[in-house]
Design a protein around this ligand. Structure first.
Ligand code: ZN
Ligand code: ZN
Length: 175
């Protein structure tokens, strides 16, 4: 079965760009990346994402539907999961839980490239450092608390064994 655009419901065409066979919608210029293809594309250079976005253009004039329905994977027809690129950006991609392919709307690749460059150049700022230190303190406190609980449990066990032993169960029954 031919792969179809999850939005326009028409067959995707395959086109080789930067050495990668991409599945592209001729109407909306959305692209389906098979598992691993996006990493391959990124390895083609810092501008590879934006290059593809520029080379692949939607039909003119193109009117996006605007509404966001849950998308079906073009490859295996599973409902895809929406997630945010790099988990903190506002770029919403769709990923297939079965084949791990990703659907990218036109324009998103360029935005992804920018977000990636921003993330890579960002120094760890003061407020982030403070948050991390704070979380570290909480984590250490939790570990200490766990240890206290563990020690308490062991003490209780030892005390119980000693009590039982004194009150006379057969010697060695608890080992
Ligand atoms: Zn489309
Ligand atoms: Zn799939």
């Amino acid at each position: 079965m031919a792969r179809q655009c999850p939005d326009c419901k028409i067959d995707l065409r395959t086109e080789e760009i930067l050495g990668i066979d991409l599945d592209i919608c001729p109407t909306c210029a959305g692209i389906f990346f098979d598992d691993g293809e996006m990493v391959k594309l990124k390895d083609q250079g810092d501008d590879a994402f934006a290059d593809v976005d520029e080379q692949v253009q939607p039909e003119d004039p193109f009117e996006p539907t605007g509404e966001r329905i849950s998308r079906m994977c073009p490859a295996c027809r599973e409902v895809m999961d929406e997630y945010k690129y790099l988990y903190t950006t506002q770029i919403k991609l769709d990923s297939c839980p079965k084949c791990f392919g990703t659907w990218v709307e036109h324009g998103e690749l360029e935005a992804m490239q920018k977000a990636l460059a921003d993330a890579e150049s960002q120094p760890l700022n003061e407020s982030l450092m403070r948050t991390l230190r704070h979380q570290l303190v909480i984590a250490e406190e939790e570990v200490a608390h766990e240890r206290r609980l563990y020690r308490q449990r062991r003490m209780t066990q030892v005390l119980r064994i000693l009590t039982l032993r004194r009150s006379g169960p057969p010697f060695g029954w608890w080992v």
